[in-house]
Design a protein around this ligand. Structure first.
Ligand SMILES: Nc1ncnc2c1ncn2[C@@H]1O[C@H](COP(=O)(O)OP(=O)(O)OP(=O)(O)O)[C@@H](O)[C@H]1O
Ligand SMILES: [Mg+2]
Length: 256
Protein backbone atom coordinates (compact mmCIF):
# COMPACT_ATOMS: atom_id res chain seq x y z
CA UNK A 1 0.00 0.00 0.00
CA UNK A 2 1.41 3.35 -1.01
CA UNK A 3 2.08 5.86 1.71
CA UNK A 4 0.00 8.34 -0.29
CA UNK A 5 -3.75 8.30 0.14
CA UNK A 6 -4.23 10.63 -2.83
CA UNK A 7 -2.09 10.98 -5.96
CA UNK A 8 -2.93 13.60 -8.56
CA UNK A 9 -1.45 14.15 -12.00
CA UNK A 10 -2.11 16.94 -14.52
CA UNK A 11 -5.46 17.89 -13.03
CA UNK A 12 -7.03 20.74 -15.01
CA UNK A 13 -10.24 22.71 -14.92
CA UNK A 14 -11.10 25.86 -16.87
CA UNK A 15 -14.23 27.95 -16.50
CA UNK A 16 -14.48 29.65 -19.89
CA UNK A 17 -11.17 31.43 -20.25
CA UNK A 18 -10.36 31.16 -16.55
CA UNK A 19 -7.81 28.59 -15.42
CA UNK A 20 -9.35 27.54 -12.09
CA UNK A 21 -7.16 24.49 -11.41
CA UNK A 22 -3.95 23.40 -13.10
CA UNK A 23 -1.98 20.99 -10.94
CA UNK A 24 0.86 18.94 -12.39
CA UNK A 25 1.68 16.64 -9.59
CA UNK A 26 0.39 16.51 -6.04
CA UNK A 27 0.38 13.72 -3.46
CA UNK A 28 -1.16 13.60 0.00
CA UNK A 29 0.39 11.29 2.56
CA UNK A 30 -2.02 9.19 4.58
CA UNK A 31 -2.71 9.71 8.31
CA UNK A 32 -1.73 13.37 8.27
CA UNK A 33 -3.48 16.67 8.81
CA UNK A 34 -2.81 18.54 5.58
CA UNK A 35 -4.00 22.08 4.94
CA UNK A 36 -4.65 23.66 1.57
CA UNK A 37 -4.32 27.42 1.73
CA UNK A 38 -4.24 30.30 -0.74
CA UNK A 39 -5.96 33.56 -1.69
CA UNK A 40 -9.67 33.88 -2.46
CA UNK A 41 -10.29 32.46 -5.92
CA UNK A 42 -7.11 30.36 -5.87
CA UNK A 43 -9.10 27.26 -6.82
CA UNK A 44 -9.24 25.46 -3.46
CA UNK A 45 -12.95 24.69 -3.51
CA UNK A 46 -12.83 23.83 -7.20
CA UNK A 47 -10.00 21.42 -6.39
CA UNK A 48 -12.19 19.75 -3.74
CA UNK A 49 -15.10 19.66 -6.22
CA UNK A 50 -12.89 17.97 -8.80
CA UNK A 51 -11.43 15.23 -6.64
CA UNK A 52 -14.76 14.46 -4.95
CA UNK A 53 -16.60 14.23 -8.27
CA UNK A 54 -18.82 17.29 -7.78
CA UNK A 55 -17.32 19.04 -10.81
CA UNK A 56 -16.18 17.35 -13.98
CA UNK A 57 -12.48 17.76 -14.66
CA UNK A 58 -11.15 18.76 -18.10
CA UNK A 59 -8.26 16.32 -17.83
CA UNK A 60 -5.96 14.55 -15.42
CA UNK A 61 -6.02 11.64 -13.03
CA UNK A 62 -6.74 11.24 -9.34
CA UNK A 63 -5.91 8.06 -7.48
CA UNK A 64 -7.51 7.50 -4.09
CA UNK A 65 -6.11 4.68 -2.02
CA UNK A 66 -4.65 3.18 -5.18
CA UNK A 67 -7.89 3.38 -7.18
CA UNK A 68 -8.39 5.68 -10.15
CA UNK A 69 -11.40 7.82 -9.22
CA UNK A 70 -11.14 10.36 -12.06
CA UNK A 71 -14.65 11.00 -13.41
CA UNK A 72 -16.30 8.70 -10.88
CA UNK A 73 -19.68 9.92 -9.54
CA UNK A 74 -19.51 11.74 -6.22
CA UNK A 75 -21.64 9.20 -4.34
CA UNK A 76 -19.31 6.39 -5.41
CA UNK A 77 -16.30 8.37 -4.25
CA UNK A 78 -17.86 8.99 -0.85
CA UNK A 79 -18.72 5.30 -0.51
CA UNK A 80 -15.07 4.51 -1.15
CA UNK A 81 -14.27 6.60 1.92
CA UNK A 82 -13.51 10.12 0.68
CA UNK A 83 -16.04 12.34 2.38
CA UNK A 84 -16.27 16.13 2.36
CA UNK A 85 -17.91 19.13 3.93
CA UNK A 86 -18.90 22.29 2.08
CA UNK A 87 -17.80 25.90 2.32
CA UNK A 88 -21.49 26.82 2.60
CA UNK A 89 -22.55 24.33 5.24
CA UNK A 90 -25.01 21.72 3.99
CA UNK A 91 -27.49 20.26 6.43
CA UNK A 92 -31.14 19.31 5.97
CA UNK A 93 -33.02 22.17 7.62
CA UNK A 94 -36.35 20.31 7.73
CA UNK A 95 -34.92 17.27 9.49
CA UNK A 96 -34.01 17.08 13.14
CA UNK A 97 -30.38 16.99 14.19
CA UNK A 98 -30.72 13.28 14.92
CA UNK A 99 -32.37 12.56 11.56
CA UNK A 100 -29.62 14.43 9.76
CA UNK A 101 -27.00 12.07 11.13
CA UNK A 102 -29.13 8.93 10.64
CA UNK A 103 -29.86 9.95 7.07
CA UNK A 104 -26.21 10.52 6.37
CA UNK A 105 -25.41 7.01 7.61
CA UNK A 106 -28.27 5.40 5.71
CA UNK A 107 -27.38 7.11 2.44
CA UNK A 108 -24.36 4.87 2.46
CA UNK A 109 -26.04 1.56 1.62
CA UNK A 110 -23.35 -0.96 0.72
CA UNK A 111 -20.86 1.00 2.70
CA UNK A 112 -18.54 -0.78 5.11
CA UNK A 113 -20.38 0.57 8.14
CA UNK A 114 -23.89 -0.33 7.04
CA UNK A 115 -22.68 -3.66 5.74
CA UNK A 116 -21.38 -4.55 9.12
CA UNK A 117 -24.64 -3.41 10.66
CA UNK A 118 -26.74 -5.40 8.20
CA UNK A 119 -24.90 -8.52 9.21
CA UNK A 120 -26.51 -8.26 12.63
CA UNK A 121 -28.89 -11.22 12.73
CA UNK A 122 -31.88 -9.17 13.78
CA UNK A 123 -32.62 -5.89 11.99
CA UNK A 124 -33.60 -4.22 15.21
CA UNK A 125 -30.07 -4.91 16.44
CA UNK A 126 -28.75 -3.01 13.45
CA UNK A 127 -31.14 -0.18 14.17
CA UNK A 128 -30.11 -0.06 17.78
CA UNK A 129 -26.46 -0.04 16.83
CA UNK A 130 -27.08 2.82 14.41
CA UNK A 131 -29.01 4.78 17.03
CA UNK A 132 -26.24 4.20 19.58
CA UNK A 133 -23.62 5.29 17.09
CA UNK A 134 -25.61 8.43 16.26
CA UNK A 135 -26.00 9.29 19.95
CA UNK A 136 -22.28 8.75 20.51
CA UNK A 137 -21.38 11.06 17.64
CA UNK A 138 -23.87 13.75 18.70
CA UNK A 139 -22.33 13.63 22.16
CA UNK A 140 -18.88 13.92 20.64
CA UNK A 141 -19.80 17.12 18.75
CA UNK A 142 -21.75 18.43 21.73
CA UNK A 143 -25.14 18.47 19.99
CA UNK A 144 -26.84 15.63 21.83
CA UNK A 145 -28.96 18.08 23.83
CA UNK A 146 -30.34 19.39 20.52
CA UNK A 147 -30.95 16.05 18.86
CA UNK A 148 -34.69 16.61 18.45
CA UNK A 149 -34.41 20.22 17.25
CA UNK A 150 -34.80 20.98 13.59
CA UNK A 151 -31.48 21.69 11.94
CA UNK A 152 -32.80 25.08 10.83
CA UNK A 153 -32.89 26.12 14.50
CA UNK A 154 -29.14 25.66 14.88
CA UNK A 155 -26.67 28.54 14.87
CA UNK A 156 -24.11 28.74 12.07
CA UNK A 157 -21.44 27.23 14.31
CA UNK A 158 -23.74 24.42 15.44
CA UNK A 159 -24.50 23.64 11.80
CA UNK A 160 -20.76 23.23 11.26
CA UNK A 161 -20.75 20.73 14.15
CA UNK A 162 -23.73 18.90 12.69
CA UNK A 163 -21.97 18.70 9.35
CA UNK A 164 -18.97 17.16 11.08
CA UNK A 165 -21.28 14.62 12.74
CA UNK A 166 -22.80 13.82 9.35
CA UNK A 167 -19.45 13.14 7.74
CA UNK A 168 -17.88 11.25 10.62
CA UNK A 169 -20.79 8.78 10.83
CA UNK A 170 -19.73 7.68 7.36
CA UNK A 171 -16.41 6.42 8.77
CA UNK A 172 -14.27 8.05 6.08
CA UNK A 173 -10.69 7.16 5.24
CA UNK A 174 -10.09 10.79 4.34
CA UNK A 175 -12.07 13.84 5.33
CA UNK A 176 -12.02 16.96 3.17
CA UNK A 177 -13.06 20.03 5.14
CA UNK A 178 -13.78 23.26 3.25
CA UNK A 179 -13.29 26.11 5.74
CA UNK A 180 -14.46 24.33 8.90
CA UNK A 181 -13.71 27.43 11.01
CA UNK A 182 -15.28 30.10 8.79
CA UNK A 183 -17.65 32.30 10.78
CA UNK A 184 -17.05 30.30 13.95
CA UNK A 185 -16.22 31.98 17.28
CA UNK A 186 -12.79 31.38 18.89
CA UNK A 187 -14.04 28.96 21.55
CA UNK A 188 -15.94 26.82 19.04
CA UNK A 189 -12.95 27.00 16.68
CA UNK A 190 -10.86 25.41 19.43
CA UNK A 191 -13.50 22.69 19.87
CA UNK A 192 -13.64 22.00 16.14
CA UNK A 193 -9.86 21.86 15.91
CA UNK A 194 -9.67 19.37 18.74
CA UNK A 195 -12.39 17.27 17.07
CA UNK A 196 -10.37 17.30 13.86
CA UNK A 197 -7.33 16.27 15.90
CA UNK A 198 -9.26 13.38 17.42
CA UNK A 199 -10.45 12.23 13.98
CA UNK A 200 -6.83 12.24 12.84
CA UNK A 201 -5.81 10.18 15.87
CA UNK A 202 -8.42 7.58 14.86
CA UNK A 203 -6.50 7.17 11.60
CA UNK A 204 -8.62 9.41 9.38
CA UNK A 205 -6.52 11.45 6.97
CA UNK A 206 -7.50 15.12 6.99
CA UNK A 207 -7.35 17.60 4.11
CA UNK A 208 -8.52 21.02 5.18
CA UNK A 209 -9.03 24.31 3.36
CA UNK A 210 -8.83 27.12 5.87
CA UNK A 211 -8.08 30.86 5.97
CA UNK A 212 -7.44 30.89 9.72
CA UNK A 213 -3.68 30.80 9.38
CA UNK A 214 -2.81 30.55 13.05
CA UNK A 215 -5.04 27.45 13.28
CA UNK A 216 -3.50 26.05 10.11
CA UNK A 217 0.02 26.60 11.45
CA UNK A 218 -0.89 24.99 14.75
CA UNK A 219 -2.52 21.76 13.57
CA UNK A 220 -1.04 20.93 10.16
CA UNK A 221 1.59 18.30 9.52
CA UNK A 222 1.92 19.60 5.98
CA UNK A 223 0.67 22.62 4.04
CA UNK A 224 0.02 23.04 0.32
CA UNK A 225 -0.30 26.56 -1.08
CA UNK A 226 -2.43 27.18 -4.13
CA UNK A 227 -2.43 30.40 -6.15
CA UNK A 228 -4.19 30.93 -9.46
CA UNK A 229 -5.00 27.23 -9.65
CA UNK A 230 -1.46 25.92 -9.21
CA UNK A 231 0.67 24.74 -6.32
CA UNK A 232 3.22 27.44 -5.52
CA UNK A 233 4.68 25.83 -2.40
CA UNK A 234 4.36 22.95 0.00
CA UNK A 235 6.08 22.04 3.22
CA UNK A 236 5.74 22.00 6.97
CA UNK A 237 4.35 25.08 8.77
CA UNK A 238 7.82 26.53 9.40
CA UNK A 239 8.82 26.17 5.76
CA UNK A 240 5.58 27.77 4.58
CA UNK A 241 5.82 30.66 7.01
CA UNK A 242 9.27 31.54 5.75
CA UNK A 243 8.60 30.98 2.04
CA UNK A 244 8.87 34.33 0.27
CA UNK A 245 6.53 33.39 -2.59
CA UNK A 246 3.87 32.43 -0.09
CA UNK A 247 4.34 35.60 1.92
CA UNK A 248 4.01 37.67 -1.26
CA UNK A 249 1.02 35.77 -2.68
CA UNK A 250 -0.94 35.19 0.48
CA UNK A 251 0.41 35.59 3.98
CA UNK A 252 1.66 39.17 3.79
CA UNK A 253 4.54 40.67 5.72
CA UNK A 254 2.77 41.16 9.03
CA UNK A 255 2.25 37.42 9.50
CA UNK A 256 4.01 36.17 12.62
N1 LIG B 1 -19.01 27.17 -11.44
C1 LIG B 1 -18.15 28.13 -11.77
N2 LIG B 1 -18.28 28.81 -12.91
C2 LIG B 1 -17.40 29.77 -13.27
N3 LIG B 1 -16.32 30.13 -12.53
C3 LIG B 1 -16.16 29.48 -11.37
C4 LIG B 1 -17.05 28.46 -10.92
N4 LIG B 1 -16.61 28.00 -9.73
C5 LIG B 1 -15.50 28.69 -9.43
N5 LIG B 1 -15.22 29.58 -10.42
C6 LIG B 1 -14.06 30.48 -10.46
O1 LIG B 1 -12.91 29.69 -10.28
C7 LIG B 1 -11.95 30.36 -9.45
C8 LIG B 1 -11.64 29.50 -8.24
O2 LIG B 1 -12.76 29.51 -7.37
P1 LIG B 1 -12.78 28.67 -6.03
O3 LIG B 1 -14.15 28.80 -5.46
O4 LIG B 1 -12.27 27.32 -6.30
O5 LIG B 1 -11.72 29.47 -5.13
P2 LIG B 1 -11.31 29.28 -3.62
O6 LIG B 1 -9.83 29.12 -3.59
O7 LIG B 1 -12.12 28.21 -3.00
O8 LIG B 1 -11.66 30.72 -2.99
P3 LIG B 1 -12.22 31.11 -1.53
O9 LIG B 1 -11.04 31.11 -0.62
O10 LIG B 1 -12.77 32.50 -1.73
O11 LIG B 1 -13.28 30.13 -1.17
C9 LIG B 1 -12.57 31.71 -9.10
O12 LIG B 1 -12.06 32.66 -9.99
C10 LIG B 1 -14.05 31.48 -9.32
O13 LIG B 1 -14.70 32.67 -9.68
MG1 LIG C 1 -13.51 28.16 -1.48
Amino acid sequence: MSNNIIEIKNLKKNFGGLKAVDINNLNFERNKIISLIGPNGAGKTTFFDLITGFTKQDSGSTFFDGKNISNLESYKISRLGMVRTFQLTKVFDRMTVNENVLFSASSLKNDRFLNSLMKSSITSNAEKELNDKTAEILNLVNLYHMKDSYARELSGGQKKLLELARVIVQQPKILLLDEPLAGVNPKLSEDILSLIGSFAKQGISILMVEHNISAVMKVSDHIVVLAEGSVIAEGNPEEIRSNENVVTAYLGKSND
